[in-house]
Design a protein around this ligand. Structure first.
Ligand code: GLU
Length: 552
């Protein structure tokens, strides 16, 4: 009878699960190699939590010589948007989380286990469901929305487990002839699992992150195929993860409660289940409490936020690793110049409770990362970013690469490089005074000296500053000038006897700094003046004298 029902439901499905088993043989990988996947729906939004999961998946594969692939789960056509695949694939790529196989764009895929997009796999799912029907483990269910609603209400009122099972599974044991009549009549139906689960039985499994978990066995006749013949997530992921030879399903912990369904499906289909590793959501601190990073409330929940802000992918990796394995930070401190790949990533060390997202920390990690890049690297990464997000800056950089590289060389490549830049969108402000086109010319002079004193300092300095001055002579020259004009040549001396002086050498260099750059704080002033060149420095000093004279 079951065979007839199977043929009635799937007259066109001729391939059998065995055929697919042969088409997608086990992978020949070394022992211990982990095969993982990132399996999002193409909804047009890549969440930071998704990036984090993809990172963990990639690292788990990479650290064991395995495979990380991208599978698109587009069974819910209502939520899908145009270019949804490219947004995901591109978002991952932008942060260096390139998939080894799977979907590469809307139309391209790579690898021998495809198609990697579920909408192209309908026949495969149906073949497995057909076999389950043959074995009496699945059946067509004709319940209407209305009937399902009634069941739900009754279950709510009686405080019963919601869903289709036991007495509520109205079509579980329908006679074949009856089913045939309804199908021939064109009645709509879904295909449900005929769950062999029992209410009093429990299952145990070991989650790689969360540890030993025990739960009641699944008793629900869950939907396997929807009315249009496409699969539900539950069923599709089981078939896909098996045929794509996934060893570890790493995913968000909102799926933990479905594991009993999933394990039952693997067993009933005669497949060995993969290992499960459920990731806790990324949390954010708010008003002393913690909550999930939210797509609605937090702009930083979208991965596009990091691309637009210009956090380099290497820095994001560093940060993701600190979130993923809490022992990473100590390792990084002890191994400052090692590539990140030397760190041994462990899936089992991921947080059970949920890592805390901290944008300030991301900024610090990124500053540290950027401070170790060469000027050439900074130049090319900023240019690449600016080409997409800041046309003006892009032009300036492109017009004179040598000049830009000189700017980025300042206090870089030494033992203690400066950490001024956290992201490429900081660069315009950081370099602005090097470019007359974008500099606002405002001078932020300190207010502890009179305008007259400042004018005097600048006039005198103009007379002694020369284009040829060597680095080691620059500061002594400012010190001599300070002494000559009545300022202490060291802050210490001034502090001891402030009445003897107008100020100290720091005040004097501060006036020069503000005159030349507009700012009170900058990297090494000598280097800045060198990059700007003699003429520009003199021009800016003259300009500043005028500004001060006008009393602005
Ligand atoms: N498509 C599911 C989601 O978007 C994937 C869950 C999984 O990784 O298995 O959440």
């Amino acid at each position: 009878m079951s065979r007839e029902l199977a043929d009635l439901l799937f007259p066109n499905i001729t391939k059998k699960p065995e055929d697919y088993e042969k088409m997608y043989p086990p992978r020949s990988l070394a022992d211990g190699a982990v095969v993982t996947r990132f399996a999002p729906s193409p909804t047009g939004f890549l969440h930071f939590g998704g990036l984090f999961a993809a990172f963990a998946e990639k690292m788990a594969a990479k650290s064991t010589g395995g495979v990380f692939y991208l599978r698109i789960e587009d069974t819910d056509k209502k939520r899908e948007i145009e270019n949804g695949v490219s947004i995901i694939a591109g978002g991952l790529r932008a942060f260096g989380i390139e998939a080894d196989e799977g979907m590469m764009s809307e139309t391209e895929e790579k690898g021998a286990y495809g198609p990697y997009i579920q909408s192209k796999r309908t026949e495969i799912y149906q073949s497995y469901v057909k076999t389950l029907v043959e074995q009496g483990l699945a059946y067509p269910c004709f319940m209407t929305e209305e009937e399902l609603g009634e069941v739900r209400e009754k279950q709510e009122a009686d405080k019963l487990l919601p869903g289709v099972y036991g007495e509520f599974a109205k079509y579980r044991d329908m006679a074949f002839d009856e089913a045939k009549k309804r199908i021939e009549n064109g009645d709509e139906y879904v295909v449900r699992l005929k769950s062999p689960g029992q209410t009093d039985k429990r299952i145990k499994f070991k989650d790689v992150i969360k540890g030993e978990i025990e739960m009641p066995e699944n008793i629900l006749d869950v939907v396997l195929l929807k009315k249009d013949g496409t699969p539900t997530y539950h069923f599709a992921h089981v078939v896909d993860d098996h045929l794509m030879r996934t060893t570890h399903v790493i995913r968000g912990d909102e799926w933990i409660s479905s594991v009993p369904i999933h394990l039952q499906l693997f067993w009933l289909c005669g497949m060995k289940p993969p290992k499960y590793a459920h990731i806790s959501p990324i949390m954010k601190e708010e008003n002393g409490g913690k909550r999930k990073l939210s797509k609605r409330k937090d702009p930083e929940a979208a991965v596009s936020y990091y691309e637009e802000a210009g956090y380099p992918s290497g820095a994001v990796w560093e940060y993701l690793m600190t979130l993923a394995n809490s022992n990473y930070e100590d390792w990084r401190l002890a191994n400052q110049n090692e590539p990140i790949d030397s760190f041994k990533f462990m899936l089992s060390k991921m947080s059970k409770a949920g890592s805390l997202f901290d944008i300030v920390k991301l900024g610090d990690v990124s500053k540290n990362y950027i401070s170790k890049l060469t000027a050439d690297e900074v130049y090319s990464m900023v240019s690449e970013w600016a080409e997409r997000f800041n046309g003006k800056l892009f032009e300036l950089l492109k017009n004179n690469p040598e000049y830009a590289k000189k700017i980025f060389s300042i206090e870089r490549g030494n033992a203690k490089p400066r950490k001024d830049i956290a992201k490429w969108s900081d660069v315009q402000d950081y370099v602005s005074y090097f470019y007359d086109d974008i500099w606002n010319r405002e001078r932020d002079f300190a207010d502890n000296l009179s305008d007259g004193d400042m004018i005097e300092i600048l006039k005198e300095y103009k007379n002694i500053y020369s284009a040829e001055i060597a680095e080691e002579d620059w500061f002594p020259q400012v010190r001599d000038l300070s002494e000559r004009l009545g300022y202490a040549k060291a802050p210490k001396l001034y502090k001891k006897e402030p009445d003897l002086y107008k100020g100290h050498v720091g005040d004097v260099s501060g006036v020069i700094r503000a005159a030349v750059t507009g700012r009170r704080n900058t990297p090494d002033l000598y280097s800045i003046m060198n990059v700007l060149g003699y003429d520009k420095v003199i021009k800016r000093i003259d300009e500043s004298i005028t500004i001060l004279k006008e009393g602005k």
